[in-house]
Design a protein around this ligand. Sequence first.
Ligand SMILES: *[C@@H]1O[C@H](CO)[C@@H](O)[C@H](O)[C@H]1NC(C)=O
Ligand SMILES: *[C@@H]1O[C@H](CO)[C@@H](O)[C@H](O)[C@H]1NC(C)=O
Ligand SMILES: *[C@@H]1O[C@H](CO)[C@@H](O)[C@H](O)[C@H]1NC(C)=O
Ligand SMILES: *[C@@H]1O[C@H](CO)[C@@H](O)[C@H](O)[C@H]1NC(C)=O
Ligand SMILES: *[C@@H]1O[C@H](CO)[C@@H](O)[C@H](O)[C@H]1NC(C)=O
Length: 429
Amino acid sequence: MNFFFIIWFLSSLVFSQRFFVISDVHLDVHYNSSYDTSFHCHSTRHVESSYIPTPTNNSKIYGRLGCDSPKSLLKSALEEMRLIDPSPDFLVLLGDSVSHYAMHLLNNENEIDVNYNKYLVRQTIVDLTNLVEEFFPETQIIQAIGNNDGYERYQAPSGREGAEYLEFLYELWKPSAIEISGSFYDGGYYRSFTGSGYHILALNTNYLSSQSERKEESLEQLEWLRDEVEESDGDVIILLHIPPGFSMYDGGEQGWHEDYSKIFFDIVENNARKIKYILSGHRHLGSFKVIPNATVPFIVNPAISPIFFNNPSFRYFNESDYTDFIFNLYDEAPKWKKEYSFKEFFNLEGLDFIQAYLELESDDDLLEKFLSHSRGLSNVKTLSRDQLWTIETGGNHTEIPDTLRRVVLCSMKTFDQVHFNLCKNNENI
Ligand SMILES: *[C@@H]1O[C@H](CO)[C@@H](O)[C@H](O)[C@H]1NC(C)=O
Ligand SMILES: *[C@@H]1O[C@H](CO)[C@@H](O)[C@H](O)[C@H]1NC(C)=O
Ligand SMILES: *[C@@H]1O[C@H](CO)[C@@H](O)[C@H](O)[C@H]1NC(C)=O
Ligand SMILES: *[C@@H]1O[C@H](CO)[C@@H](O)[C@H](O)[C@H]1NC(C)=O
Ligand SMILES: *[C@@H]1O[C@H](CO)[C@@H](O)[C@H](O)[C@H]1NC(C)=O
């Protein structure tokens, strides 16, 4: 344990709170339990498919592996959350509320109608927000925008449509968020304070994404972040949908433009003691990252949508620990159950990610157990080791352990291509 960790740990004892994190729900308002993955569980046609889907007799009411979430799955998650803690201090939604194919579905006349698809996107966000509020009517609910929540993947709507989109979200989110700063209208990023005292800074990572080119607006957003953090008294939580740095998948895909990551980590490193957590979603797995020069917990949160053959999962933070709960869709009769708690799994006193990383790096068995927890798969008896690695990395499992193992580890602790490559080649960094 290093000095900063001890300071952080002591302060966390005085200031510990209970909250839920939900991410990547990908609520699919067109989900039909009778249709399989060949049509993304839809009974309606898609832009890219020419034939009419046919139903199967294998109905999946609470969700199907390989598809996005039906409303019944989100409802069942919220029911379980309410059993665990009916009055958390607040609840965070990290974006990607909308299903992957909302913009691809044909309308009832089997035609492409972009306005209909845009309506589906907005209606999904309304349905989701209403449902969460219904289950947690007294709870402060804070949401961030994800890359599937707009009208085009990874793109923040712009111009007049962009202004209308932000107005729509502001009106919808404001009542349960309590406070949303005026910066929201500059690009969907904002400050809020929790009733319990956290200073929340929710970014809109669509601008920062390596899949979009919005330089001026990105730099403006990061300058805003710098000012907010510098002027803060502390207890900041930064919310991101897309995390900076590499995915574990496909040999490692960069989430942000590197220039923006550099600015972001400069802000974080210079204000480390003020930042309580950085929380992201997007990867559909529950993991963490180790920031090079600061002891700030950077936590990647799991998904409700089982589209990548991960089990649906949400996370509960309490007493400077967190616990994942999962819904085992590999079972014929799925139920919610505890997947794991961080401190118990690593046998640590607090969220010491530096130590946890070192343990993963030096123990292959532990790393595999962690990977299976990160996708909510530890109770799945039918899954082989090879299948687990394929789900995690998309890689050819004939290659395990070394290259894939390095991709997994390096994606947890490097944020630029140069260091990522050095790390993958097992060189000292
Ligand atoms: C699901 O598909 C079945 C079979 O095609 C159909 O009868 C039913 O109306 C569909 N349900 C919904 C909610 O669309
Ligand atoms: C559907 O039901 C028929 C008749 O019971 C059966 O022969 C067939 O194997 C079933 N298909 C699936 C996918 O379960
Ligand atoms: C961490 O600090 C070292 C030494 O000051 C510096 O060379 C390096 O660039 C920093 N790394 C990052 C990612 O900021
Ligand atoms: C925190 O929550 C977990 C999961 O519900 C529970 O098992 C644990 O006892 C809680 N810890 C404390 C200190 O309340
Ligand atoms: C994995 O590698 C083996 C042997 O090189 C090859 O036969 C197989 O097609 C590969 N599988 C995939 C999914 O790339």
